[in-house]
Design a protein around this ligand. Structure first.
Ligand code: ADE
Length: 261
């Protein structure tokens, strides 16, 4: 999978992504990340890429021409490698749809994603109309530029590219895969600051461990993300029949009893 970032700060994006798991994914050829400096495509001798806004208002706007030339250059490179490859062009902006794990899954199906990172007060609408396929925000707050959001999205999407995570990393039950938050986890020592690891986790009874973890996921989701919890209950009616609830209750009571002894 190939990621291209159109930015005024290529070194920011590259230095952030070339570490840890993503660096390994790049070295092994599963993902390819390239940053293009929009300023290199300015057609004036001062390499100016912004100007005042028509109609007035504070701040400067990024102009259409350098962005479009940069985009054309990237598209040329993509098409040279594979004329049939799929391409999405994502403008990262607080005016976009809010990024979530479903979008991560969908984007991970694309061969190429070009991210357009804005700065100043925004970008001339005409170039956006011409090239952008998706408008995406990473949350309801405003950052100084699109570089961090692009990095967030590249990280989340790369995790789903086959080969990027090793078996151990991908086998983990992760929050959001099934619509619930992840259960709490513990490592050595067994007692830390007078806090004991729940004894069910030391019992070796895997069926009980599964029931306990599922219950903790439910509790945590209900408390921290009630809207996700409601959705889960609606979409998994089998887990909440009187029979299922009774069966789980019985096992949880036994676990709680063992915990006290
Ligand atoms: N640019 C500035 N703020 C942003 C946000 N919250 N999401 C995406 N792009 C942005």
């Amino acid at each position: 999978m190939n990621f291209y970032i159109m930015t005024l700060f290529p070194e920011m994006v590259l230095s952030g992504l070339k570490t840890s798991i993503l660096a390994r994914g790049m070295d092994n050829g599963y993902i390819h990340v390239e940053a293009y400096n929009i300023r290199d495509y300015a057609d004036n001798k001062h390499n100016k890429v912004d100007d005042y806004t028509y109609g007035g208002g504070a701040g400067m706007l990024m102009q259409a021409q350098p962005i479009y030339s940069c985009y054309q250059d990237i598209m040329k490179n993509i098409k040279e490698k594979d004329p049939d490859a799929s391409v999405r062009v994502v403008y990262v902006t607080p005016q976009g749809s809010v990024f979530n794990q479903n979008m991560v899954r969908e984007f991970s199906q694309s061969d190429n994603i070009i991210f357009l990172c804005g700065h100043y007060e925004g970008i001339d609408e005409r170039v956006l109309e011409e090239i952008v396929t998706d408008y995406v925000s990473i949350g309801d707050y405003v950052l100084t530029g699109g570089e961090l959001p692009a990095m967030v999205m590249i990280d989340a999407i790369s995790r789903l590219v086959p080969g990027v995570l090793n078996n151990e990393e991908s086998a983990q039950t992760e929050s959001f895969d099934d619509g619930l938050l992840e259960y709490p986890q513990y490592s050595r020592p067994e007692v830390w600051m007078d806090k004991k690891v729940p004894s069910v986790l030391l019992s070796g009874n895997h069926a009980n461990v599964d029931v306990w973890r599922f219950e903790k996921s439910l509790e945590r989701t209900k408390e921290r993300r009630p809207e996700l919890y409601e959705k889960y209950v609606e979409t998994h009616p089998d887990e909440f029949t009187a029979k299922s609830l009774k069966k789980r209750r019985k096992i949880l009571d036994r676990i709680a009893e063992a915990e006290e002894n």
